[in-house]
Design a protein around this ligand. Structure first.
Ligand SMILES: *Cc1c(COP(=O)(O)O)cnc(C)c1O
Length: 371
């Protein structure tokens, strides 16, 4: 199978406004300086001081006993499943969850688990849906071991789980012997938007991780936290998966820099996302989900232009977005300015005007895949 190139198809102008994903950020000059100056050692044998300090810092931030540096968020989710579950077990998660849709089937391929998917708006399920999905302990039903949530939900439009819902889910899980896992790829976006601490949001969750390559702007790395016993077991899987590293302090230094400089500024990304959504909501025929954080999902078919066609037309003007699960996703991040949002809105207005005059001018773009 051939995969469509995502970024620079031949014949297209350079990308000036990159709203594809918050993973598109490049390490800044100051971040690179911090990386160059990092003290390093052999991470695999616990000897990298910069990694060790980062793990202690994130464990404290999340209110957990211990933490481990991982090459990616996907490896955090996979390792959590491998530690918490046995082949044949069942995980409960939202139907749009990253573990279901965007991890190459890793949880089935490597963990031998199945996922029972739960419905609900914005990537979230009501605590009652979890209660209804619980199976009685019988010989013929799979054993349910783990419930997983995303804070914030990616395909749910960057939506923030209410603290009361998170607490109810922990309560139901604990009463029924389920382990709780929080995919916190964008947890700090939720914290900045609500003013609640990461520690409060993570309370009661057995495993929780942060991604440094999303809005925080680092080139590589995620850190997963939990009990000391859990982290010891994650280490074994990290080794087995080929994720144990050597002088990873160079990357951990970028994560320290991100925690020092790139957390409070997430509020700017949220403001830019709101400005984009507000502008879109004024365009007749566009249906937009008002964002809690930095992801804007919208649908353009009401304008007469399908989502793929609008994305393709924007790309021809140097503006990059993608279609995810049938909707257009635009993602704000530290390389996106307020002026770029204005320009994007103007480009969309222009494209729709041209399309209205010549309805069949645009052709669909190839399907893109990003997280
Ligand atoms: C990006 C993302 C991941 C995976 O993180 P990587 O570091 O890209 O592997 C997992 N869950 C969610 C919700 C994400 O948005």
């Amino acid at each position: 199978m051939a995969y469509a190139p995502v970024l620079n198809e031949p014949g297209l102008p350079p990308i000036r406004i990159n709203l594809l994903s918050d993973t598109q950020t490049r390490p800044s000059a100051a971040m690179r300086q911090a990386m160059a100056a990092a003290e390093v050692g052999d991470e695999q044998i616990g000897d990298d001081p910069t990694v060790n300090a980062l793990c202690e810092r994130v464990a404290a931030l999340l209110g957990k006993q211990a933490a481990v540096f991982m090459p990616s968020g996907t490896m955090c989710n996979v390792a959590a499943t491998l530690v918490h579950c046995r082949p044949g077990d069942e995980i409960l998660a939202h139907e749009t969850a990253h573990i279901v849709a965007l991890e190459g089937g890793a949880h089935a391929a490597l963990g031998g688990v199945q996922v029972k998917t739960l419905h609900g708006d914005h990537g979230q399920f009501a605590p009652d849906r979890l209660r209804e999905a619980l199976r009685p302990a019988t010989r013929n039903q799979p054993r349910q071991t783990m419930v997983s949530v995303e804070q914030t939900s990616n395909l749910g439009g960057g939506a923030i789980w209410k603290q009361s819902a998170l607490e109810s889910i922990v309560e139901i899980a604990q009463a029924n012997g389920l382990v709780t896992h929080m995919d916190g790829a964008r947890l700090l976006n939720a914290c900045v938007a609500t003013g609640l601490s990461a520690r409060a949001m993570a309370e009661g969750w057995d495993s929780v991780w942060l991604d440094f390559t999303k809005g925080l702007g680092a080139p590589l790395g995620a850190v997963m936290a939990g009990s000391r016993d859990f982290i010891d077991e994650v280490w074994r899987w990290k080794q087995r998966l080929g994720g144990a590293l050597r002088q990873a302090g160079i990357c951990a230094a970028a994560c320290h820099y991100a925690l020092d400089h790139n957390v409070a500024r997430l509020a700017e990304d949220h403001a830019h996302a709101r400005a984009l959504a507000n502008g879109l909501s004024r365009i007749p025929g566009i249906a937009v989900q008002l964002p809690d954080t930095n992801l804007v999902f919208f649908e353009s078919s009401g304008t007469g232009l399908a989502s793929e066609a609008l994305v393709a037309a924007l790309r021809r003007r140097g503006v990059l977005m993608c279609v995810m699960a049938g909707r257009i996703r635009a993602c704000t991040h530290l390389d996106v300015s307020a002026a770029m949002i204005e320009e994007t809105l103007a480009a969309i207005g222009d494209i729709l005007q041209v399309a209205a005059a010549a309805p069949r001018l645009s052709s669909p773009a190839p399907r893109r895949s990003v997280s």
